[in-house]
Design a protein around this ligand. Structure first.
Ligand code: FEC
Length: 276
């Protein structure tokens, strides 16, 4: 393949499903009365079984704030089938009598290897080899194995729920494909340069914001899901503003709706929702 139009190599880890629900607020108190005194404990127990699956991965729940929807569930699992399992478990939770799905977003944790892809294609050109030829593929497989094992990439592919960062922000995004502004027709070296700058901007927030990037190309109309965790919700505004001024987002990013909230389990949702 012509190196200038080469897609970046990517490494993938856990599958991800973001589910957003809208509560039928008028129905919450009658539903609680119908379920009896133990409804909250039962729901809490059923949710714990979802949140800490024996087969690996994790789920977390957030109460949305300032949104038209009420609850967001985030699931990370080793396989697509395990995402199907958790989807069925969630559908069977008793509270689904009074929650309606508002968004479902399927993706997979992804580490984009722009720098490595650009470097290997340059080295192949210097050797007089073709990009995608046997020597290129052998070296690529070796270097991807090294990358995959690095602690930095492992954290991106198999992220933990960050401790001490209770605020959550999720939004889908795509790279622009306008006639005169098309990410997918940029030369690989240019895409690599832009993503390096993006990483540098992001790293200014190391320690205060943790992000999980999940790729959705082939799964959703949007191309990526961005899940951010922060100690201070204002850091979402500051980081996303900085990104807007960073060249790759300024020129090539399109965004969907933003969902902001705070990590909270069913006991908390029910308390809040019961207040009307
Ligand atoms: O073309 C692609 O592969 C795009 C995948 C991708 C999207 C994306 C969007 C956002 N990020 C945001 C925050 C951070 C923070 C850090 C960070 C670093 C990277 C690196 C890659 C990357 N991000 Fe990204 N981001 C995407 C990909 N991002 C690759 C570089 C990693 C590395 O250097 O090894 C820094 C922390 C860290 O390194 O872990 C923070 C935010 C967005 C949403 C864009 C916006 O304008 O709001 C925020 C898609």
């Amino acid at each position: 393949m012509e190196s200038q139009v080469l897609p970046p190599e990517t490494l993938e880890g856990w599958f991800a499903l973001h589910q957003v629900f809208l509560a039928d607020r008028a129905a919450i108190n009658p539903w609680l009365q119908k379920c009896g005194a133990d409804a909250t404990n039962q729901l809490e127990g059923a949710w714990q079984a979802v949140a800490v699956p024996s087969a690996g991965g994790w789920s977390a729940a957030a109460q949305l704030i300032g949104s038209t929807a009420d609850i967001m569930l985030m699931h990370f699992r080793p396989t697509l089938e395990a995402i199907g399992d958790v989807q069925r478990c969630v559908a069977r939770l008793s509270i689904m009598d009074v929650l309606k799905p508002a968004l479902s977003f399927l993706s997979v944790t992804e580490a984009g290897m722009y720098h490595l892809t650009a470097q290997l294609s340059r080295e192949a050109a210097e050797r007089g080899d073709s990009v995608g030829g046997a020597a290129y593929r052998t070296e690529l497989a070796r270097r991807l194995d090294v990358e995959r094992e690095s602690a930095h990439v492992q954290r991106r592919l198999y992220p933990e729920l960050p401790a001490g960062l209770p605020y959550v922000c999720f939004y889908p995004m795509s790279k622009r494909r306008n006639a005169d502004q098309n990410w997918y027709t940029l030369a690989l070296d240019e895409r690599s340069r832009l993503m390096r700058s993006h990483g540098e901007t992001g790293r200014r927030y190391a320690g205060s914001v943790t992000q999980i990037i999940t790729g959705a190309i082939g799964f959703e109309a949007w191309e990526w899901g961005v899940t951010l965790f922060a100690k201070d919700p204002l850091d979402f505004k500051k980081l996303v503003t900085d990104m807007r001024f960073d060249e790759v987002s300024a020129k090539y990013a399109d965004f969907g709706d933003f969902y902001v909230g705070k990590l909270a389990g069913p006991r908390h949702w029910l308390d809040e929702l019961a207040q009307g």
